[in-house]
Write a new protein. Sequence first.
Length: 456
Amino acid sequence: MVPLLLEIPLERHSEVPLYRQITNHLVRMIESGSLVGGTRLPGTRELAAELGVSRTTAKLAYDLLEGEGYIDIRERRGTFVATRFSRRPVSKERGKLPFDMASGVPSPELVPWEKLSALSRKVFGRYGHAVLEAAPVPGLPALRQALVRHAATRGIPARWENVFVTSGVQQGLFISFQALVSRGVKTVWVEDLTYPDVLSMSCSAGLKTKAVPLDERGIIDSCGGLGCSDALYLIPSFQNPTGRTISHEGRKAILEIAARRGFWIIEDDAYGELRYGEQSVPALRALESAERVIYLGSFSQLLFPGLRQGYALVPEEMAEDFREALSHSAGAVSSLVQYLVSGFLEEGCLEPCLERARAAMSVRMRALAEGLREALNCLVFEVPQGGIYLWVTMPAVSDESLEQRAAEAGVSVLSGRRFSFCREKTSSVRLSISRLGGPFIKEATTRLASAWGKGL
């Protein structure tokens, strides 16, 4: 085991002796978990040379650390952090509850760990140093072409030159806002209940934000008042937070009005890959008259969220604006991530993984809905045909009360107010099924039914 090189800040003119400064710093490193049990430290000679102190100073520091039980000095083998510090402290997030129905993080069994591990070795072997070099701002051409082929399987036409790789849908959304501003857009319209971060991102991009009704008819009617300086942000499939899907006819009506009135549409299709219902509804971008649609897609959220990879299919007339905004933002996504995702697509790994995820989500959603219906017939909800969210309403009970009662039962959920454009109180909460599988869903459902049923 190679000894660890240490950089320790020393105050040469301090009243605190140098050996004590070294001791105090190493104690902080060990107690924080930065240096774990078994880590080999440099010998006194190496430490003295590295820090520019005498060997006597280094030996005094080590003697003190050994005497207090922080290190073990083993003859002829070296100096090591004591084994009682062999485990890093586990970080306990404040307020974290045992049953997570608030986040969209996938459960571990859905992540294709083994395939990603094998692909990473293959990628390094095939591409060598290129894996660690900067990628072109729009993304690697091979990945962009693979994304076009994937989009084609969903009936979405695109040219690879107009595909941009992003670090998730969130970055794609912010870059879209910036590109729209450069095209003269002043206002972005969102649904009454929507993805919360869209409000702060649009404000940061210099856009005004206004709301349209959540229901399909209300959206269509509102579109009649939009013009060239407007953009409409929609999650048309398995919407966050309600799980609602806009019908085929509704989508066609929105596109026809957009073509006539000249406003832009941002289609957030983060959950579109997770359809498990019988009826298939095409993406907006797949329909005719979709020339003014910016399509944001991602399949990484439910398969490998840590890689943070999404993509945007951009109208040709906006491609240069999007490229410019992306180059001035975070720039290109990691080359390693892009090579991994490209390999994942090229080797045909995506569809089997998505099928497994769809099957799991279908079972979980059915278990959740059936469990809640059996236990509490006062709850109002509509089971979505895909995605990961169930929007549950309990008339005459505030969302804050529902969230609090759930938390007391050990289940984290999100109140409807968090998603409201005007931050208005509701009687609804959003439940997510992505993190909990099998028996955990059933246990969480039992706890929710018990918590919400009290006092009825």
